[in-house]
Design a binder for this molecule. Structure first.
Ligand code: UDP
Length: 236
């Protein structure tokens, strides 16, 4: 059966890899994500993943303690490469072929980011993990997700979060918050809802790239989205 999305860009935050811990990588959580992702890959979906680094280090953290922001952001980017290596290993243990590409070249451990090469890997059925964000300080991995998705001509950005979509208010704080099934880019801006940071969000908007926000901890969600079911919130 043909799926709705042929090529996806999945954004996995660093925090998603912590599981119930408050720091680092939880192997069980990682293995569970790897299982879901590999199932999709085996069914023929082309999958690129941008991984965050917030479970290890965020630039803002260092900057708040007096470190230079740019320097500290580079440390954050290195954290995403550590996560990328962990994710690569977990996916490979599930039997997938995986290439890790870093926006900051580190030839001993991964490929440098080369757009055409990334696309070629996807066409061959390999999962591509993008590390080191955009390679530039003062950006986030959400922006890297939007940028890479546009570059590789992904059909959609799938942003996995702890909540199952975009709400009228923060559902973890406001019991009356109502979930949107679909919402336009303009309405997200008008209502000042937080989907991604502004740089990431406007990149998607300007390039007409839909975003789906969904619960990464729902083991069925990813598969259902790719098949075209209305899961999470579609921003388009
Ligand atoms: N970062 C950066 N440029 C990028 C992407 C990331 O400087 O293009 C740094 C930034 O310091 C950020 C850290 O890497 O705080 C980790 O990424 P992020 O906070 O986006 O990870 P997530 O919140 O997804 O875990």
């Amino acid at each position: 059966m043909p799926t709705k999305y042929k090529r996806i860009l999945l954004k996995l935050s660093g925090e998603a890899l912590m599981g119930n811990n408050s720091f680092g990588i939880d192997n069980g959580t990682l293995a569970a994500y790897a299982k879901q992702i590999c199932k999709l890959a085996e069914a023929g979906t082309e999958i690129a993943i941008v991984v965050g680094g917030g479970n290890i280090f965020r630039g803002i953290q260092g900057a708040s303690q007096g470190m230079g922001r740019a320097h500290s952001d580079y440390m954050g980017m290195l954290a995403t490469v550590i996560n990328g290596m962990a994710l690569q290993d977990a996916l490979e243990q599930e039997g997938a072929e995986v290439r890790l590409q870093s926006a900051i070249p580190m030839e001993k451990i991964c490929e440098p980011y080369i757009r055409r090469r990334a696309i070629r890997h996807l066409e061959k059925g390999r999962i591509v993990v993008f590390g080191a964000g955009t390679g530039n300080p003062f950006f986030t991995t959400d922006t890297a997700a939007s940028l890479r998705a546009i570059e590789i001509e992904a059909d959609v950005v799938l942003k996995g979060t702890r909540v199952d979509g975009v709400y009228t208010a923060d559902p973890e704080k406001d019991a009356n918050a109502v979930k949107y099934d679909t919402i336009s880019f303009d309405d997200v801006l008008k209502s000042q809802l937080r989907v991604m940071d502004m740089t990431a969000f406007t990149l998607c908007q300007e390039n007409k790239l839909p975003i789906i926000v969904f619960n990464i901890n729902d083991p069925e969600a990813l598969g259902r989205i790719v098949e075209g079911e209305a899961v999470g919130t579609l921003v388009s």
